[in-house]
Design a protein around this ligand. Structure first.
Ligand code: URA
Length: 482
């Protein structure tokens, strides 16, 4: 038989709000049987409480002086904060019951056979598990906003209300990226400039539009990192329970950003169409063999027009360390292989001094064609523009997908811009291990040609040491994680 409840209080739902209400209820001596905590978002109040008044405001109006000192052990607080994220509508009542009982049974949490304690432990475990799943299964999609800024967006539906719990993990992991995670409970955005997480409104899945324009976006932006293995249900099941399939990039997941601004989507599609990109030339199957066969046909930007040939990556496919240079130089353009000219000489010396063998490294470039200006008989190297780096990026992403190196070391600013974004500052951030949606561990160091171009011996020595030491550190890390 159910017990009549005197007061019904509405929780936001957030742990902080429940705690405030619970403290006041405790101070007023309200027994757990006489109060019912209910989520504000829950549908109609149950019949059981139909006659109980909404006591939220009255409870909160309890004078501070009356709210005395409750006994709230740390162990309870930690578990209660997690249980508060659980979707069970009875969680607040359970927590209040435990809090109430703790005032007179201080060792209550040690009593494992107690039903309430048991329930608390169960919720705590389920929420933790859900948090781990979210960390593992959120899939970001890259969109390019007006002005060329990259934004990584994911839509995810956690089993419990864990957005705020899980978000700091992504802030740490993808600290240098601008990203948003949209969920039906709320959304969160990270701004790498301010290093702040900003929480926003919920994004129900069903309100996301379908549409050809998004299909176009998908093809343009993500086609290059598409992994056909994910289309194989057997493989997918092996990696992830079916209920998480909805978060894979192949399934229609649509960011609120796009949903709320159809016109903007159209604009993005148009801009993308007119932008140079290697994406249409990159094979769907990302193997080094398939990439090597497809590369010579690339006309993704204008650089192919003047170069002798495209220069593919080179090295053992089992290499743990991937070195990404800027673009082929004069010699590389003539010989069709990376780092065979003067900069390659510096690089080889640094690799040897760092004790790194050929079998440990694969070398490639952010841009696959030589960019130069002709001055008489000389062909003078020119830095690639950001648009050319971006156009060539699908090749680099395909190589990353094929090789799956343990660590990527970008040599110089152009390679760093390609993988770490246009705002990456080489001399400030060189040597740091960063995480990106493309590769878990990415570092950047000075380019060997910067050593060659140094104006004095002191600068040359310093730059060379940076290069060698960063190679050494990168190699050590790559080998550690094997
Ligand atoms: N510089 C690079 O960045 N890459 C090469 O392959 C050669 C020189």
């Amino acid at each position: 038989m159910s017990v009549a409840t005197d007061v019904r209080v509405r929780v936001e739902p957030s742990f902080a709000h429940w705690r405030e209400l619970a403290r006041a209820a405790l101070a007023s001596g309200m027994r757990p049987e006489s109060i019912d905590f209910e989520d504000v978002t829950s549908p109609a109040p149950s019949d059981l409480f139909a006659t109980a008044g909404d006591g939220t405001d009255a409870l909160l109006a309890t004078p501070r002086a009356e709210t005395g000192q409750a006994y709230v052990p740390k162990a309870f607080l930690q578990k209660a904060m997690l249980a508060g994220c659980h979707r069970d509508p009875q969680r607040w009542n359970l927590l209040y019951r435990l809090l109430w009982r703790l005032q007179t049974s201080r060792d209550l949490l040690m009593v494992e056979v107690d039903n309430d304690v048991n329930e608390l432990v169960r919720m705590d475990q389920q929420v933790r598990r859900d948090e781990h799943k979210m960390h593992a299964f959120v899939r970001f999609r890259r969109v390019e906003e007006e002005g060329g800024q990259e934004h990584f967006i994911a839509w995810y539906q956690p089993a419990h209300r864990i957005l705020e719990l899980a978000a700091p993990f992504f802030a740490e992991r993808f600290a240098i990226m601008r990203w948003s995670i949209l969920t039906p409970d709320g959304s969160v955005a990270w701004d790498p400039a301010t290093k702040q997480l900003q929480y926003g409104p919920a994004v129900p899945r069903e309100s996301a539009p379908d549409g050809d324009e998004l299909e176009v976006l998908w093809k343009s932006y993500y086609g290059s990192i598409f992994n056909p293995a994910r289309l194989n249900p057997g493989t997918m099941r092996g990696h992830m329970p079916v209920k998480y399939w909805g978060n894979l990039p192949e399934v229609e997941l649509l960011p609120q950003l796009l949903q709320t601004a159809a016109a903007r989507v159209q604009g993005m599609v148009e801009t993308q169409k007119s932008k140079p990109s290697a994406a249409p030339f990159v094979p769907v199957l990302h193997t080094i063999g398939a990439i090597g066969e497809a590369l010579p046909a690339c006309k993704g930007c204008e650089l192919y027009e003047h170069a002798t040939q495209v220069v593919p990556g080179r090295g053992p496919q089992t290499a743990n360390l991937l070195l990404v240079g800027e673009q082929p130089g004069d010699q590389e353009d003539r010989q069709g292989a990376p780092f065979v000219g003067p900069a390659g000489g510096v690089l080889r010396r640094a690799l040897a001094e760092a004790g790194i063998h050929d079998e440990d490294v694969y070398m490639t470039n952010a841009v696959k064609h030589f960019k130069f200006v002709q001055r008489g008989k000389l062909r003078l190297h020119q830095n690639p523009r950001m648009s050319e780096i971006t156009a060539c990026k699908p090749w680099l992403l395909a190589e990353l997908d094929a090789l799956k190196p343990k660590l990527v070391l970008c040599l110089g600013a152009s390679a760093a811009k390609s993988l770490l974004g246009g705002t990456f500052a080489l001399m400030r951030d060189r040597g740091k291990v960063l995480s990106t949606p493309y590769a878990d561990r990415v570092m950047a160091t000075v380019h060997p040609s910067a050593v060659l171009r140094a104006l004095d011996d002191g600068t040359r020595d310093t730059l060379y040491k940076h290069l060698r030491d960063d190679l050494l550190a990168a190699h050590k890390l790559a080998m550690q994680t094997v």
